[in-house]
Design a protein. Structure first.
Length: 444
């Protein structure tokens, strides 16, 4: 209130938007000085029900890009008691005599995908039987064998990462699915990871000689693609609900469904104390399954289209290698890097993913620019430290002999060195030729 308002008595404004200073706070809440443990508990909230226009909580990220209602897809994983001929198999697409009527054959043909309208057709595609697919699709339990083995591998940043390696029978089915279905899924040209004829070098080459290189990383890349996302994506391609659910069951798994070896016995995965086990309760694309990389690339098609269009607006180049997103450009991009990062976060978030902010890097021309481990300042090359380490090992092998240099106890140290030199030659041919001349001087 100003001095003139105070002097001349101007009416005070109601802070609550009403006609006066009073506000209706409703009926007063009953007060009780009785300790809480002795008070009568309040009535429980009614159970949440899904309405046709409501959205799934896990699909709320779609609000950022679409106003169309999303039909909830419940987690129709095959139970442990699934048996052929019972009613709980109706959602798996029926049989050859009674195929799934919701299969969109025209859409499958336009996408160049196999026409799978029943579980029997899926079994024929992968060279298996209906009973075998039901056994492999069912989640493991105390009375059923596990389909995945858990393994821990070291990470560069420290600690270990959990891998889920499928057992031989499931791995054979997944390889067949990869060759006859997953490889045919549409993928954006900006994706370079896990594709034939493309690698880390092809992902880094478009960014050579740029003024600025922006690198961002997606957090929990494979775990973000859950059973529901895989099944929903397959349905958009034209597959019926039953076939989509069956394929999603064969290609996703929970970490707790696996087992790990402790001494001479196998222990259920939920007994493992590991940071990766926290918060990951839903079936996801396992890191270690042959179908996971291809499905992840295919599901990222829409995100790649949006990010590629965004990069073109800024005059930049965009590539993606698995969970590494890279943008590069010239002086104009260097001035608007902050705006670009803000829009990247928004697009990635609306696609149901999240960036790892600790791995976001803006690399300008005055420092070393690395993309997928490849230096791209003036030409593609391996980092100087990696080259210097391998060169020192070869020098010591020439001077003192190779026997004392195999500190990591490689089974075939000669082929190990040859493979590392081949990697350097693939990225930087000049340095590779120097190392090969040193390799030829070693007396084995």
């Amino acid at each position: 209130m100003g001095i003139f308002d105070w002097l001349f008595g101007k009416k005070k404004k109601d802070p609550y938007g009403g006609g006066g200073l009073s506000k209706d706070y409703g009926a007063p809440k009953p007060y009780s000085d009785m300790p809480r443990q002795y008070q009568r508990p309040s009535d429980p909230a009614p159970p949440r029900t899904f309405e046709p226009d409501n959205r799934e909580i896990n699909l709320s990220f779609r609000l950022g890009r679409s106003k169309q209602p999303v039909t909830p897809l419940r987690d129709q994983t095959v139970g442990r008691n699934a048996k052929p001929g019972t009613t709980n198999l109706d959602h798996l697409g029926g049989t050859r005599d009674n195929p799934d009527p919701y299969t969109d054959v025209m859409k499958l043909r336009s996408n160049g995908l196999p026409e799978i309208d029943s579980l029997d057709a899926l079994a024929e595609l992968v060279g298996s039987t209906r009973e075998s697919l039901l056994f492999l699709a069912a989640r493991s339990g105390w009375d059923r064998p596990a389909h995945y083995s858990l393994r821990q591998i070291p990470k560069k940043s420290g600690g270990t990462r959990l891998l889920m390696a499928p057992m031989p029978k499931l791995k054979a089915v997944q390889r067949a699915l990869h060759g006859k279905l997953v490889q045919l899924l549409p993928v954006h040209e900006a994706a370079h990871g896990f594709r034939k004829g493309r690698d880390a070098l092809s992902a880094a080459t478009p960014h050579v000689g740029k003024d600025v290189v922006i690198s961002v990383d997606i957090e929990n890349f494979f775990p973000s693609f859950t059973f529901r996302r895989v099944a929903g994506y397959l349905r958009t391609l034209g597959y019926g609900r039953g076939v989509a659910v069956a394929i999603a069951n064969l290609t996703t798994a929970r970490l707790a469904d696996g087992k790990y070896k402790e001494g001479s016995r196998w222990v259920p995965g939920h007994n493992l104390r590991h940071p990766d086990m926290a918060g990951r309760y839903h079936p996801e694309l396992p890191q270690g399954a042959p179908t996971s990389p291809g499905l992840a690339n295919a599901i990222c098609l829409r995100m790649d289209k949006r990010l590629d269009a965004l990069a073109r607006k800024f005059g930049a180049t965009y590539t993606r290698y698995a969970d590494d997103l890279t943008f590069s450009g010239y002086d104009d991009l260097a001035k608007s890097a902050g705006n670009l990062l803000q829009l990247i976060r928004q697009i990635v978030r609306t696609e149901g993913l999240r960036l790892n902010e600790q791995k976001t890097r803006i690399m300008r021309g005055g420092r070393q620019q690395r993309v997928t481990g490849v230096v791209v300042n003036q030409k593609t090359n391996v980092p100087r430290r990696e080259y210097g380490t391998l060169k020192a090992i070869l020098h010591n092998c020439i001077k003192h002999g190779p026997a004392g240099q195999n500190r990591d106890n490689h089974a075939d140290f000669k082929e190990h060195l040859r493979g590392r030199i081949a990697h350097v030659s693939h990225i930087g041919p000049e340095r590779g030729r120097k190392l090969m001349r040193m390799f030829e001087q070693i007396r084995w």
